[in-house]
Write a protein of this length. Structure first.
Length: 97
């Protein structure tokens, strides 16, 4: 059986899509005037350095978050993508510089 290490795939197109959808869902859920509890049972390490370790081996992030960062620098993005990149930047300012 092969083991899965998220570090290899951190920041790739599927990872970005997953986080975009999650942010959109959570943004809609918190509009309600009711408490919300969100528990991520598969969060992994939570933070990955993309230029070292497993992520640097295949550089899958180059086809995901790196493309969005480049697109953001060259023009306007849809609000959902801009929000995602703003959240990433607030957590790791060097990631979107």
């Amino acid at each position: 059986m092969l083991s899965y290490r998220h570090g290899f795939h951190a920041g790739n197109h599927a990872d970005v899509l997953k986080h975009l959808v999650l942010i959109q869902c959570l943004d809609r859920l918190v509009i309600k005037d009711k408490p919300l509890l969100y528990i991520d049972t598969h969060a992994g390490a939570g933070s990955y350095l993309l230029h070292e370790g497993y992520a640097a081996m295949n550089e899958e992030w180059a086809g995901g978050i790196a493309r969005l960062i480049a697109a953001r620098a060259s023009g306007a993005l849809p609000a959902a993508i801009d929000r995602y990149l703003s959240l990433v930047q607030s957590y790791a300012p060097e990631a979107t510089a």
